[in-house]
Structures are given as C-alpha cells and as structure tokens.
Design a binder for this molecule. Structure first.
Ligand SMILES: Cc1cc2nc3c(=O)[nH]c(=O)nc-3n(C[C@H](O)[C@H](O)[C@H](O)COP(=O)(O)O)c2cc1C
Length: 311
C-alpha cells in the first residue's frame, strides 16, 4: 500500500501538528530538523524539538555538516528513537553556507562519506531526505550512493537545492530510479489529484506532503480515499472547528498559552481557506494575543458560517 507521510517543516511540524496529521491518517511524520551541533551542546531550544520517544511513527531529522558530529548525535539519538533521518536538501542560506542540509550535495564524495559514517552509527532505521542535486539533476548518482551505503528509505524533493521552491517539482525525473529501497516523492502535492499524478509520474512507493498539509491535515485522508476509491470529500465545518480546537489545545500543552496563540496563526489561513470572510477574520485574529479570546473568535467565525449552512 502507498505510504503517505507528513514532510519535515522547520517551524511547523511540532508535536501538536504531527498529532493532528496522524489523526487525519498520515502514515508517518517527521520532526522539525534538529541541529546536531545544538543537540551535542545540549541547547534547550534544540532538545525541545525532539519528539517523545513514545510518539509513534516519527522520524527524527538531523542536520549538520561535520561527519563526526553527525554520527555522534545520530548514535545517541538512535538509542532513544526508532528512526533517524538525515537532511540533505534544505536550501536555506544560513544552513547551506555551512555545508549542511542541501549543501551536502555540493560534494558527492564527501556526501557519501557522511552517509556511510552516519549509517554505521545509527542502529535503527535510517533514511535520507534529499533533492535532485545541488544545481543540476544528479539524482541517479545520489540515489546510487544512498542504496550502496545501506540507507533504508529515501525521500526526494524533486527540485535542485539552488532552485529552492521555484519552478515546478519534476516528479518524472524520479522515474529512472530503480526503487531498490522504498522511495518517496515530495514537492507540489497540494491535492489528492496531485498525489496520484506524482505517484504515477515518479513510480515512487510513497509520498510526502508539506505545505499542502498546513491548516489542512485532512489532506492525508483525502489522498488515501482518492487513491483507493477515486473520490474524496471536503471536511464539514464541524470537523474543521474540532480539528482546529484540538490543534490549539495540543499547542497550549506543548508551548503554553502565549506560544499557542503565536503558533496557531501560521495555520489559520489553511484552516479557513475558501471560507467566505476568511481574510477579514484572519486579519482580526492576527491581532488577538489572548488564546481564550482567539478561541472565542474562531468559534464565532465558524458558528456564523454554520448558521448559514447546516452544521
Ligand atoms: C516552511 C518549510 C520548512 C521546511 N523545513 C524542512 C526541514 O526542516 N527539513 C526538510 O528536509 N525539508 C524541509 N522543508 C521541505 C519540505 O519537507 C518539502 O520537501 C518541500 O516543502 C516540498 O514539498 P511541498 O511542495 O509539499 O511543500 C520545508 C518546507 C517548508 C515550506
């Protein structure tokens, strides 16, 4: 069966969002990326990004640029978790400049060395999330390295690092890979139709959804329904409100009331997308700092809609 996962997103895929996505059918989820340097130095901010070990099917994604640091951190983490993923695709300047994330793809010989060392120290499942290449399509070579070095699974955002998020993800470019290990396609999967097309064009065994899940965690169920039955439905207002409320409550538990008010703002555009008056509501919601007032404003917005349409 096709596996559908929540892609790693720094600043988004915290415990609360992961939980909400899992409830809506994500087969697995990723943590935010964790700096191996920060982890080894015991930075509280970094340690805070780590999942609870009992969370379930979650990949702990690490990033770094030094072989020793990466393997040391991976070794420690793999004693606690069942799945470690190496970030070899992040295009953010601050990360790439130091040779981490997508920067690892600039020198494929060094990349191989790092993958080999980390593989050796990881006792549990080890995957790599990568891109097509640094500034050109090197995916065949990258894939060969990953298979030869014994990586268990690979996730490929079908753009180069230099491309960032520009242009369109080239799903078809993954069709040439022999898929000797489970291979997942990522990039521009915003609808169930996109998911089906990405799977067909890439020939991959699974997909990752990133931006398409922000404030729309039901996309996992929609994709599954579409792949299995050829149809899917939109969630009811009641379901959206219940999900949004649960998301806020989980954020309060994880980050406190102030943190929750700040974090949930990033998701409001998604949760209210396509609903009449959503823009005005969001503009108002952005100014509300107290979480109880924000919850009340959300409730009023949805109930007003429900009075027009049956709940
Ligand atoms: C806000 C944001 C943060 C991201 N952070 C990470 C990250 O920490 N690690 C990673 O491997 N990819 C990261 N990505 C890339 C996504 O996992 C995904 O591969 C990319 O967004 C393409 O998928 P999409 O078109 O479904 O968004 C991030 C993307 C976004 C939009």
């Amino acid at each position: 069966m096709v596996k559908i996962g929540l892609a790693p997103m720094a600043g988004y895929t915290d415990r609360a969002f992961r939980t909400v996505c899992s409830k809506w059918g994500a087969d697995f989820v990723f943590s935010e990326m964790v700096s191996t340097k920060g982890f080894l130095m015991g930075s509280l901010k970094t340690v805070d990004l780590l999942p609870f070990p009992e969370e379930g099917n979650v990949a702990v994604q690490i990033f770094g640029n030094e072989t020793e640091e990466l393997s040391k951190a991976a070794e420690i983490l793999s004693e606690r978790y069942s799945w470690i993923d190496l970030n070899a695709g992040c295009p953010v300047k601050k990360v790439v400049r130091k040779g981490a994330g997508g920067g690892l793809l600039r020198d494929l010989a060094k990349f191989r060395e790092i993958v080999r060392a980390v593989r050796k120290s990881v006792k549990c499942k080890f995957s790599v999330k990568t891109r097509l290449g640094w500034n050109k399509n090197d995916v065949v070579e990258i894939y060969r390295i990953l298979v030869e070095e014994g990586v268990d699974e690979v996730f490929i955002h079908a753009r180069t690092v230099v491309q960032g998020f520009s242009g369109k993800a080239n799903w078809k470019s993954l069709s040439v890979l022999d898929k000797k290990i489970p291979t997942f396609v990522s990039g521009d999967i915003f609808t169930p139709e996109n998911a089906k097309e990405a799977l067909e064009e890439s020939g991959c065994q699974g997909i990752l959804v990133a931006r398409g899940a922000i404030g729309r965690p039901w996309i996992f169920k929609q994709i599954r329904d579409f792949l299995q039955h050829g149809t899917y439905s939109e969630p009811s207002l009641k379901d959206i409100l219940a999900t949004l409320n649960e998301h806020i409550d989980l954020l309060i538990k994880e980050k406190g009331e102030r943190g929750a008010a700040k974090e949930i703002r990033k998701f409001l555009a998604g949760y209210t997308k396509g609903l009449e008056g959503a823009r005005r509501f969001r503009d108002e919601a952005m100014k509300i700092e107290d979480i109880c007032n924000l919850k009340q404003a959300i409730y009023k917005f949805f109930v007003r809609k429900a009075e027009k349409i049956s709940f």
